[in-house]
Design a protein around this ligand. Structure first.
Ligand code: PLP
Length: 397
């Protein structure tokens, strides 16, 4: 049967091969330690669950306005003021079925054939495909460990052409954890404003930030920059609510209104029950957020220390998110038992089969020199997982 060409534009994710193999091995009864997860291992906090139960019991189970109930928009506005010092009106807010959905709708509302969108690499796997699905062209700009995996104003300026519409900034970053300071954002904003492009700020890991760092996004730079910035965030990562599917955007009124229109002819509103739960998440007690972040910080300190002890691996201490992105390319060219390690997929397969440890190859994020490990798993799993990695990497020669 003929399929639309847009389907063929989407690359099957290189993460899939490893994930599928890990599942298959698990199904065979093998003991696999998973460092692949892109979601918190914590349960959704009790107060949030109770808000959802109450919504169901009160019959709050019907369609809502497409862009979200006023109560949720107000909770988002309160959050943006409280945590980010940013002021928005209801007409500048839209709630969607997860931040990924928000980003998808933004791309659909803003980009088309002939447009280019700058995506710094290493990038979250969905950005390029979301841009492609809008018919536009993702322009990948490589960043390296030497700049902490951050885009510099020089690199940004070089990548901007007449067709450039926007740049995506994800801070703290998935997969590197890289986090931009206000000063670094100011440098980028100067270029963005002088070239008249937009910034899409993916703040989903905002609350998972370590070492007492204070979060800033592009909209914090200036009123002028705020007018050219779409802030995207959601409840998935901060509140361990990945399955509830609530994300949101704040930005210029005409863009938000276009995003809402796109949504009105696809999903309509996000789940009414999840909207009520998200009101509690954003406006209720915030204690659990810092409890989770403190636990992630402990795990980060441990896993970074351990990985840096492994010959052939070197790992930056990420200031945020719950991933480590060690450089492993010094192991390329080695092998074991007839298996050659030539790239990040080879190494990931080796770790899976020889150590029973699932990681994600860096090539999935646009950087083949690295692999990604998520430490959104118990300390016990992390200890056992790194012990296994250490043991099998020693065998490589
Ligand atoms: C998890 C993630 C998202 C999407 O989260 P939703 O569950 O769709 O709200 C967006 N951006 C990045 C970088 C992520 O890691």
């Amino acid at each position: 049967m003929k399929l639309a060409t847009r389907v063929t534009k989407i690359k099957p994710s290189p993460t899939l091969a490893v994930t599928m193999r890990a599942r298959a091995l698990q199904a065979q009864g093998k003991d696999i330690i998973g460092f692949g997860a892109g979601e918190p291992d914590f349960d959704t906090p009790e107060n949030i669950k109770q808000a959802a139960i109450k919504a169901i019991q009160e019959g709050f189970t019907k369609y809502t306005p497409v862009g979200g109930i006023d109560e949720l928009k107000d909770a988002i506005i309160t959050k943006l003021k409280r945590d980010n010092g940013l002021t928005y009106k209801r007409s500048q807010i839209v709630a969607s079925c997860g931040a990924k959905h928000t980003l998808y709708n933004i791309a659909q509302a803003l980009f088309e054939k002939g447009d280019e969108v700058i995506i710094p690499s290493p990038y979250w796997v969905s950005y390029p495909d979301i841009v492609l699905l809008a018919g536009a062209k993702p322009v990948i700009v490589n960043t390296t460990a030497s700049t902490g995996f951050k885009l510099t104003p020089e690199k940004l300026e070089k990548a901007i052409r007449k067709k450039t519409r926007a740049v995506v900034i994800n801070s703290p970053s998935n997969p590197t954890g890289a986090t931009y300071s206000l000063k670094e954002l100011e440098g980028l904003a100067e270029v963005i404003l002088s070239k008249g492009i937009l910034a899409i700020s993916d703040d989903i890991y905002e609350r998972i930030l370590y070492d007492g760092l204070v979060f800033h996004n592009m909209a914090n730079v200036s009123e002028a920059m705020k007018d050219r910035c779409i802030v995207v965030n959601g409840v998935s990562k901060a509140y361990a609510m990945t399955g509830w599917r609530i994300g949101y955007a704040a930005g210029p009124e005409n863009i938000i209104s276009a995003v809402t229109e796109m949504q009105s002819q696809s999903t309509s509103n996000a789940t009414s029950i999840s909207q009520k739960a998200s009101v509690e998440a954003l406006a209720g007690d915030q204690k659990t957020v810092s409890v989770m972040a403190a636990e992630f910080e402990k795990r980060r300190n441990y896993i970074v220390g351990q990985l840096n002890e492994i010959k052939g691996m070197s790992c930056m201490k990420p200031p945020g998110a719950f991933y480590v992105f060690p450089r492993v390319s010094r192991l390329y060219g080695t092998g074991y038992g007839g298996r050659k390690i030539a790239h990040s997929v080879d190494l990931s397969e080796f770790l899976l089969e020889e150590a029973g440890v699932a990681v994600v190859p860096g090539s999935a994020f646009g950087n083949d020199h690295h692999i990604r490990l998520s430490y959104a798993t118990s300390m016990k799993n992390i200890e056992e997982g790194v012990r296994r990695i250490k043991a099998v990497v020693k065998k490589l020669a």
